[in-house]
Write a protein that binds this ligand. Structure first.
Ligand code: PEP
Ligand code: MN
Length: 340
């Protein structure tokens, strides 16, 4: 349920209302817009007498929200959320017109590799560095990541370049190791690991939540809700392609309609991963441009200094030179969007 306040309502009138709502067992969530104050009501609203609420002098209107996602719902928070990642002068904003390009290898493999890639993508214009230290691999015999050492190498790359770091968590048991990670990624395979989502909801660190391999947009938003309802509202959604029938040529099917649809449904930033969506480096540029044109708030792109010898996802990884070209193309699409 949402209640819109009339303009000119005083702080004390608003606080009286909030206290009354809390006394009814509800959790009111206030969103102060430029022109409107909206109070989202979370909890069992069935006991609330809508006519009584509508009749209050300070209430403009009351509407029931049929969607099961509340905190993530744009109706609760009409303006775009801007998520801030990193600290100090290297802080990066994502959402609400702030566009970010996250780039780096699928997995951190060595100091030489991650530093070289970090420096190269930074020189091209990327504003965040990705790199997996814990890798969710289909086969237990494949490279699983460097774990703690991988996280340390990311920290080193951050120190060298200033780029905030983005890396995937696979288990709540690793939370302590992730204490200074700037943006914690929940991978597609863990999108519905609800216990992990709840733990991440108790942090303040921004969370990059990737859509599951076969999950609906509603399920993605419900997973965001798990994080947000625990108190962490710094969630960035990521479309990374879904399973469909044609796996002979593309790894997944990139659902670009998810971008404008999620923007309509939610205020959270949405980024696109053209690397995992296609599985082929030559498809990354067109899909990165298309995703940008579709209105996403950023991209996450795999870049490797030696893709042929990459320990993970070499076929979809761009060389730094190709990334430089792709970055320029993304910026040219952004420029066209900004002109219109
Ligand atoms: C990744 O980003 O490296 C990754 C494993 O992605 P996804 O969870 O989307 O497959
Ligand atoms: Mn990968």
């Amino acid at each position: 349920m949402i209640a819109i306040l009339k303009s000119g309502v005083t702080e004390s009138q608003k606080n009286n209302l909030l206290n009354w709502l809390k006394a009814q067992g509800l959790d009111p969530h206030v969103s102060e817009g430029k022109y409107q104050t909206i109070i989202g009501l979370i909890g069992d609203t069935s006991k609330i007498d809508i006519d009584l609420l509508c009749g209050l002098e300070i209430i403009e209107s009351v509407t029931r929200i049929s969607e099961p996602f509340k905190y993530a719902n744009r109706r609760f928070h009409p303006t775009d959320t801007v998520v801030e990642v990193g600290i100090g002068e290297n802080k990066v904003k994502i959402g609400g017109g702030h566009f970010a390009v996250i780039a780096g290898p699928c997995s951190v493999e060595s100091e030489e590799q991650i530093i070289a890639v970090a420096k190269a993508v930074k020189a091209s214009g990327a504003t965040l560095l990705r790199g997996g230290a814990f890798k969710p691999r289909t086969s237990p015999y494949d490279f699983q990541g460097l774990h703690g050492e991988g996280l340390d190498l990311l920290r080193l790359a951050r120190k060298e370049t200033g780029l905030p770091i983005v890396t995937e968590i696979m288990s709540a048991a690793h939370l302590e190791m992730f204490h200074d990670v700037d943006l914690i990624q929940v991978g597609a395979r863990n999108m519905q690991n609800f216990e992990l989502l709840k733990e991440l909801g108790r942090l303040k660190t921004p969370i990059l939540l990737k859509r599951g391999l076969a999950n609906t947009l509603k399920e993605l938003l419900m997973s965001a809700e798990y994080i947000m309802s625990e108190g962490n509202e710094n969630v960035i959604l990521c479309e990374r392609g879904i399973r469909s029938y044609d796996q002979a040529y593309t790894r997944n099917v990139l659902d670009l309609a998810a971008v404008p649809m999620l923007k309509e449904l939610s205020h959270l930033p949405i980024i696109v991963d053209p690397s995992h969506a296609t599985g082929k480096s030559r498809l990354v540029r067109p899909m990165a441009m298309a995703a940008t044109a579709a209105g996403c708030d950023g991209l996450i792109i795999e870049v490797h200094n030696d893709p042929v010898h990459a320990l993970c996802d070499g076929a979809q990884s761009l060389t730094p030179e190709l990334f430089d070209d792709v970055f320029k193309k993304i910026m040219s699409v952004r420029a066209i969007l900004n002109e219109n």
